[in-house]
Design a protein around this ligand. Sequence first.
Ligand SMILES: Nc1nc2c(ncn2[C@@H]2O[C@H](COP(=O)(O)OP(=O)(O)OP(=O)(O)O)[C@@H](O)[C@H]2O)c(=O)[nH]1
Ligand SMILES: [Mg+2]
Length: 466
Amino acid sequence: MRVMGPYDSGDTIAAIATPAGPGGIGILRISGPKAGEVAARLFLPDNPRLDPAALPPRRLILGTALGKQGRAVDRVLAVRFAAPRSYTTQEVVELQSHGGPAVLRALLAAALAAGCRLARPGEFTLRAYLGGRLDLSQAEAVAQLIAAQSEGEARLAMAGLEGGLSRILAPIRAALILAAATVEAAIDFPEETAEIAGPDLARNLRQEALEPLGRIIARRQSGRVWREGALVVLCGRPNVGKSSLFNALLGQNRAIVTSTAGTTRDAIEESALLGGVVCRLTDTAGLGLEPGELEALGRAAARERLGQADLALVVLDGGAALTGEDREVLAATAGTKRVVVVNKRDLAWAWELETLAGQGAPILRVSAKQGQGLEELARMVGEALTGGQAEPAPGEAVASQRQAEALAACAQAVGRAVEGLEAQSIAAELVSVDLAEALGRLGEVDGQDAPEAVIEAVFEQFCVGK
Ligand SMILES: Nc1nc2c(ncn2[C@@H]2O[C@H](COP(=O)(O)OP(=O)(O)OP(=O)(O)O)[C@@H](O)[C@H]2O)c(=O)[nH]1
Ligand SMILES: [Mg+2]
């Protein structure tokens, strides 16, 4: 994944990674496709056999750091992290120098002269996120951790990090500010703004704020699955072929398959691309076997995984009569999004598909052993996970869980304001409170402060301060 604009992840970026001021050591960090090339201009290894543009990864290499005009600046250690095994998942080179600010500034200047761009706050972490090393909430946590030192910068990083979302939110915020300003003016200067036009304002708020908010919140689910992947858990009674299906979907023999029921004891997990979605596919112990200690532990693990699953693949054996255990599994997964997979379709059919009517899940017959129906299954999994919604466009912003919660709270407050305006019997002060809350919630999403904006808009619009 690549972002464009001021955060273009195709750029090679550099920054001083250690705190400002004199210190024991200082670190200059470089990340991006040209990191090796830049390092070769900044660093001369003592060992002449080493290529400074392609240092052996994860080794500390002693040498001389070179400033802008190629003059020696310091004795340093260089370490290269080869993509994708680095924090950012890109090519990374770090130079550890003596921590004097003059040395580090000289190195940074040389890196910029060699074609780097100065990293924005949080940008290495952003790249780690884009490279799939961190999920967004982790990235947020990292940013917040760093914010302990300089909150303003971290806020900037967050707002930038979520720049796409800010763009979508801008017109919503504008509509809220306009409404808040109108209501505010009606309270403070009733004689100058006689009619507050309740129903008109309500209609506007509905169209410009409430509906777009609903769309962003709805988009979150499919967007998250596309971006962050999904947990898909295979479950079913023992011996139906869960491990066989797991292996077949992975295209490798990862799980042990035997004809003995209760083969799989522990959950194992591998990544697989199913219907275009990156899935963490988990094989589990069969649910519903007579208790034995080990098996019970395995089943407990299976149930736990099921609780976290985005999708359950409920595996049944088409070649053997349905059992009470099968029904238990169907009941246990009723509350989870699921696809019912009837396996062993190469065997004689032992029961009618109609038996499953009323389960409310897509059903598919496959043979894990003979590899039949697997492509169709992968497609169905992708479809079920994304609700058939397309993958977000590269620049399209998708709300995180935290953001979606703030947006939902925002939508609720807007909803109350709309009702208040429509009813017209509700005091303008109450509507004003709801709108202020909505703006505050919106501000939580992208870090923009609302109250000042409201005040400004009041004065701009009505010139009441004159
Ligand atoms: N004929 C046929 N046999 C299959 C198919 N899939 C699996 N089997 C057989 O069913 C038996 C059980 O397969 P496993 O994949 O170990 O089943 P499981 O559900 O993981 O079993 P546990 O781990 O014990 O819960 C093995 O003998 C497989 O060879 C299939 O599509 N057709
Ligand atoms: Mg198994």
